[in-house]
Design a protein around this ligand. Structure first.
Ligand code: NAP
Length: 344
């Protein structure tokens, strides 16, 4: 039962859909009923939505949504709260009319989207909808994987694979902001230059072996922490790149899920920790805890301008297929954001 609303929220909306998995061309607009918020949820009029690689994988049929999730694309949005469901004990409900960005449970590529209230955050000061929409997916992912188990300490060396990706840029900025030293891999001189401008030490993985170069750069000691999105193809070299007590966090498997040639002795002799996670299947309580920590520890950095998302392209929802192609081509530097058509 809805308890508060700002404007009439019944009727239909336009949403990006796909019937069968496939190429970006399977994406098309459909008219759907505007969803109604349940207990602990808010309905957001979407002003911008982020495009993330997990969207591409889901569209291609490689990353099915977890049970109970909205099966449509769009994991993060920014917009205006237009209706609130019944309150949920222990969860602060945003007021109708407030501007929020949210980690959704799917369905962000649409004019309206539901979000659990605990997964909503206010726009940082001075932010517009496009910048706010670029925050949730990468900040929730990087914070929960790199900082929640054990905060990155000043002087710690952190290797971030895919430094120029949305995830990579967020990781560089957060590691730097908390006093760590970011090292990255990236696949072109232009991408390396961008990462260096952000304060990272970059290795072009297409031109040299990253593990060999990292050993040179760290006087043979390696790094304390690795954020990895490659998996199998890098597993042995990641183990080789960690110093004693180091931690490897795997968040994607772009280089495969199998690592048959890895030397596991390195885990024992250097007392390494190998871990990983996916954000989407975690429950709302876990996501709300991440949101609270981000609000306390990271939102002030965004509001002060100490860190900010890097936007590569802004496209209308009707060009979502083009946005997916751009990300698949891999030429983007930072985030690709969709906005309602009239605003593009
Ligand atoms: N576990 C989770 O909860 C979670 C959540 C969000 C995202 N992710 C994952 O995080 C990754 C980044 O996501 P995104 O949305 O930021 O996508 P993105 O911008 O498309 O980033 C993909 C990155 O992978 C890099 N890459 C590909 N092969 C590489 C290699 N061999 N060595 C080093 N880098 C390589 C690409 O760099 P080059 O172009 O330089 O090759 C590119 O920067 C994706 O794999 C995504 O699935 C995981």
């Amino acid at each position: 039962m809805m308890t508060a609303s700002l404007s009439p929220t019944s009727g239909s909306m336009t949403a990006l859909c796909f019937t069968e998995p496939g190429s970006p061309d399977v994406l098309h607009c459909e008219s759907l009923p505007i969803p109604q918020p349940g207990r602990g949820e808010v309905l957001v009029r979407v002003l911008a939505a982020g495009v993330n690689r997990p969207d591409l994988m889901q569209r291609a049929g490689l990353y099915p949504p977890p049970p109970g999730a909205n099966p449509r694309l769009g994991l993060e949005i920014a917009g205006e709260v237009v209706a609130c469901g019944a309150p949920l004990e222990g969860v602060r409900m945003p007021e109708p009319g407030s501007r929020v960005c949210a980690l959704t449970n799917g369905g962000g590529y649409a004019e309206y989207c539901l979000a659990p209230a605990g997964q909503c955050l206010p726009w940082p000061e001075g932010f517009d909808a496009v910048q706010a929409a670029a925050l949730p997916e990468t900040f929730f992912t990087v914070w929960s994987n790199l900082f929640m188990p054990k905060p990155v300490a000043a002087g710690e060396r952190v290797l971030i694979h895919g430094g120029s990706s949305g995830i990579g840029i967020t990781a560089i900025q957060l590691v730097r902001a908390f006093g760590g030293i970011p090292y990255v891999t990236a696949g072109s001189a232009e991408k390396c230059a961008l990462c260096e401008k952000l304060g990272a030490i970059a290795i072009n993985y297409r031109e040299e072996d990253f593990a060999t170069r990292l050993r040179e750069l760290t006087d043979n000691t390696g790094v304390n922490l690795i954020l990895d999105m490659i998996g199998g193809a890098y597993f042995d070299r990641n183990l080789k790149s960690l110093s004693v007590g180091g931690r490897l966090v795997i968040i994607a498997l772009q280089g495969g899920a199998k690592a048959e040639q890895a030397d596991l002795a390195r885990i024992m002799t250097r007392r390494l920790v190998v871990t990983g996670s996916t954000l989407r299947p975690q429950d709302s309580a876990a996501k709300a805890l991440i949101a609270r920590q981000l609000y306390e520890q990271v939102w002030p950095l965004l509001s002060s301008g100490a860190i900010s998302p890097l936007i590569d392209a802004i496209l209308p929802f009707s060009a979502a297929a083009q946005a997916h192609r751009m990300m698949e081509d891999g030429t983007h530097l930072g985030r690709i954001i969709l906005v309602p058509d009239a605003k593009a």
